[in-house]
Design a protein around this ligand. Structure first.
Ligand code: NAD
Length: 491
């Protein structure tokens, strides 16, 4: 699989050195070198230098002054600039999608959709910018009391590798809409498209310092950014383990957090569902993005009366899904993003089998030259799973579904809720009463009825339990980036 990596980077970075995007320009990292690997080939295609604390300090200072300029603009002007960032993303849709596919390994058909969503996020929040205002409170004294929604100042955002450009747009757009400057540190595995958004924002007329993108490692650059005195709020998207560490880092600085963490979502199929649709839904829920999705439907709960019929179609479908070169538009499943995650997934499958699970489909690297060197895994269906097994308890973040039988609605809900996570879930049924009862009874921040994975920037998203706290997207996500000031006037 040959790739022209230079050509993928050229439209955004030219021939110059790639570092961190600070104060409207590239700033070389001062720390150790780290490598970017193409997940489809296992080849290192670029080395970058970790930003490190000195670059973080310079970035924070420029973000603080950029924020003052940004907040000083008329709200409508901030909206116009956000809109123009959306336009820039639309104009660069194909090149951004290509860069994302090369660095994440996600199929090009998916990255095109995700980049389009980034444009929509900036456009959506562009519309909010001049519609944010406070309330007049009818206090019982002679005062005029009113509230002003104000930005926090500088927000530090830390993001993972599974959907980097989508996640960057998801958090940058509302942060800026509310009048903040954002300092975003993407995963060290996949920083390029976030850096490209920095470059495009300058083309759209965003003042320098309002968006900073730090290329670097978590324990050095991420740590320095989350604990820096200029940071006024931390928004973290990633694993529960890192989320807990980041919440502690932020707490030491008396800074609030939003945590968007992992999941082990239950996808529940009742005997009265349209089973054909439910099978397609179950496949999309777990196999799209090679299962590297926080909302992946990794626990598939199927009513015992239809489980054999359901499994036959599911296994047949899993065996037919095209796995291969993510640059090929026909490919539906690309590689796992990195070797560590690949080994984690294979280790969890092995431990599941030791505990009694049976591989009904997949479990292996696909055959053929295309998949010989990257981190590929065939879509995997595991039967004979009990909800107590590690394969049903731990987030797997790969194309692996554990199928668990149930007898009735109460049991289905009990199994769904027997998890430390609470990010998402779904039910497939033709009974309206059951659909809404199950939606109400499953503990999860997002729930689908006869559907899976539909999300939109207009609607709030976030977790219950170990899936995190705070919300992203929609009005609720915007409110996370503002704090109310109460003003009292003696009349
Ligand atoms: P991770 O927790 O390993 O890393 C996430 C980020 O944290 C990276 O940028 C990393 O460099 C940084 N980091 C690590 N230690 C840090 C520290 N001490 N201080 C500051 N930054 C630090 O997660 P990952 O493996 O990149 O991503 C996979 C996880 O992300 C999965 O659990 C998945 O469910 C979750 N995720 C959640 C959502 C959501 O919206 N809920 C969305 C996507 C992914």
């Amino acid at each position: 699989m040959d790739r022209d990596y230079k050509a993928a980077m050229l439209p955004f970075f030219g021939e110059g050195e790639i570092g961190s995007w600070v104060n409207g320009a590239m700033m070389p990292g001062r720390g150790d070198a780290f490598a970017l690997t193409d997940p489809a080939t296992g080849k290192v295609f670029l080395e970058l230098n970790d930003a490190g604390p000195e670059v973080v300090d310079a970035a924070m200072k420029s973000a603080a002054s950029g924020q003052r300029v940004w907040w000083g603009l008329a709200a409508a002007e901030r909206g116009r600039i956000l809109w123009r960032i959306g336009q820039q993303v639309r104009e660069h849709l194909e090149t951004l999608a290509l860069l994302e596919t090369v660095s994440v390994g996600k199929p090009i058909r998916d990255t095109r959709v995700e980049v389009l969503k980034v444009a929509e996020m900036f456009e959506y929040y562009a519309g909010w910018a001049d519609k944010l205002h406070g309330d007049v409170i009818p206090v019982p004294t002679s005062h005029l009391n009113y509230t002003r929604p104000e930005p926090y100042g500088v927000i530090t955002q830390i993001t993972p590798w599974n959907a980097p450009v989508f996640t960057a747009g998801w958090q940058l757009a509302p942060a800026l809409c509310a009048g903040n400057a954002a300092v975003l540190k993407p995963s060290e595995m996949t920083p390029l498209t976030s850096l490209a958004l920095g470059v495009l924002s300058k083309k759209a007329g965003l003042p320098d310092g309002v968006i900073t993108i730090l290329a670097g490692l978590g324990m050095t650059t991420g740590m320095a950014a989350t604990t820096h005195a200029v940071t006024r709020k931390v928004v973290f998207v990633g694993s529960p383990k890192t989320g807990a560490a980041i919440a502690a880092q932020a707490a030491a600085n008396i800074v609030p957090c939003v945590l968007e963490l992992g999941g082990k979502s239950a996808n529940i199929v009742f005997e009265d569902a349209d089973l054909k649709r439910a099978v397609l839904g179950a496949q999309a829920a777990i196999f799209s993005g090679a299962g590297q999705s926080c909302v992946a439907g990794s626990r598939l709960l199927v009513q015992r009366s239809v489980i054999d019929r359901f499994l036959e179609t599911l296994v047949d479908g899993a065996n037919r899904i095209p796995v291969g070169d993510p640059m090929d538009v026909a490919t539906q499943i690309g590689p796992i993003n990195n070797v560590a995650q690949y080994q984690t997934i294979r280790g969890l499958i092995a431990s599941g089998c030791k505990e009694g699970a049976k591989i009904l489909a997949g479990g292996e690297r696909p055959e053929g030259d295309v998949c010989a060197n990257g981190y590929f895994l065939r879509p995997t269906v595991l039967g004979n799973v009990h909800n107590d097994m590690s394969i049903a308890r731990e987030e797997i973040f790969g194309p692996v579904v554990s199928v668990i039988p149930f007898d009735d609605e109460a049991e289905a809900v009990a199994i769904a809720n027997y998890s430390k996570f609470g990010l998402a879930g779904a039910v497939w049924t033709n009974r309206v009463d059951r659909a809404h009862r199950v939606a109400a009874n499953v503990r999860a921040g997002t729930f689908w009825i006869n559907s899976y994975k539909t999300i939109n920037v207009m609607s709030p998203f976030g977790g219950f339990g170990h899936s995190g706290y705070g919300r992203s997207s929609g009005k609720e996500g915007l409110m996370e980036y503002m704090q109310p000031k109460s003003v009292w006037t003696e009349t």
